[in-house]
Design a protein around this ligand. Structure first.
Ligand SMILES: NC(=O)c1ccc[n+]([C@@H]2O[C@H](COP(=O)([O-])OP(=O)(O)OC[C@H]3O[C@@H](n4cnc5c(N)ncnc54)[C@H](OP(=O)(O)O)[C@@H]3O)[C@@H](O)[C@H]2O)c1
Length: 289
């Protein structure tokens, strides 16, 4: 077993957390993997203790933090996210946690240009005030979003739609975020710092369509849409008004080049280049076929 003590991973079945749990277990770290529904049996491995806990349940969260040295804090994208995170930070402080690695968001550090960045900035501020050594991971949009948002349309029509014009985004593979988190959670003594996490280049949706076409070996097109049309579609799909506003704001930011900056932080932490979109699509080709 590693000497960093027990690491509590919240969002343990999520896009970042699920990979992080595996990476930490592979390093011999004692992992407490927290989510409401628990880990699927195939994800269980030596050193992993699955905790079925709701982040909003103060009593159960207090129990889950018992004996924990490090915390990876990911909170679901819901309207009360800042309040939920603030409560967990306070509980972590009382439990004597030695480091919190916070899954924040791109832009949370610099004047918070979107509502989502502002919410994450609020939690960053709570962590700064807590006195716990902190790490802020500020990733740009995940490449994995393309599976959730576009893969169905790509499979059916060979095309996808968004109101993003030719705006480019330095999308990141969430597996790289997990790798950075695993690295920073296992350094002794615990480190603090901010890390802007992006992929190796900024891509427009036309660029992505060209990569998808090349890797999948079929014609794939991107069609620009009116924001109003996308907004109506998201609401019709059952997204809350709050989440729809967040998503539309991110599309607007992307369309106007506000998410195109490329950072070298992934390479600095991992000692290798971040995963390209081409490699990501190759690894997930079945999802798009
Ligand atoms: N997607 C992006 O492009 C992007 C970019 C930058 C930052 N982020 C940030 O990433 C965070 C989300 O991370 P993710 O995408 O890895 O997660 P995710 O895939 O959305 O998964 C959410 C995780 O949280 C758990 N969960 C949800 N509600 C819970 C609750 N009440 N109590 C305990 N666990 C709960 C879920 O498991 P159960 O359902 O079983 O509880 C699951 O493990 C958000 O804060 C978002 O702002 C996302």
């Amino acid at each position: 077993m590693s000497d960093v003590g027990t690491v509590l991973v919240t969002g343990a079945t999520g896009t970042v957390g699920s990979t992080l749990v595996s990476l930490l277990a592979a390093r011999g770290v004692a992992v407490r993997a927290l989510s409401r529904r628990g880990l699927p049996p195939e994800a269980m491995a030596k050193g992993i203790d699955a905790a079925k806990v709701d982040l909003r349940d103060a009593q159960s969260m207090g129990d889950a933090l018992g004996g924990v040295q490090r915390l990876f804090l990911a909170t679901p994208l819901e309207e009360d996210m800042a309040a939920v995170a603030d409560r967990v930070v306070e509980q972590a402080r009382r439990a004597g946690v030695a480091q919190v690695v916070r899954l924040s968001a791109f832009g949370a550090g610099g004047g918070a240009s979107t509502g989502l960045a502002a919410i994450h900035a609020q939690t960053e501020e709570s962590l700064r005030r807590s006195g716990i050594p902190w790490v802020f991971l500020r990733p740009n949009a995940f490449m994995q979003n393309t599976i959730g948002q576009f893969a169905g349309s790509i499979r059916r029509y060979g095309s996808f739609r968004a109101p993003q014009g030719s705006g480019r985004v330095s999308v990141i593979d969430a597996r790289d975020i997990a790798a950075v988190a695993a690295c920073l959670l296992t350094q002794s003594p615990p480190v603090s710092g901010c890390f802007d996490l992006t992929g190796p280049q900024a891509l427009s949706n036309d660029d992505m369509a060209a990569v998808l076409a090349r890797v999948l070996g079929r014609d794939i097109r991107y069609f620009d849409t009116e924001p109003g049309e996308t907004r109506a579609t998201l609401l019709a799909q059952g997204l809350s008004v709050w989440l729809t506003d967040i998503v539309m704001e991110l599309y607007d930011l992307s369309a106007h080049g506000g998410a195109a900056r490329v950072s070298s932080d992934v390479a600095q932490v991992l000692g290798r280049a971040p995963t390209s979109f081409e490699a990501f699509v190759a690894d997930h080709a079945d999802a798009f076929r």
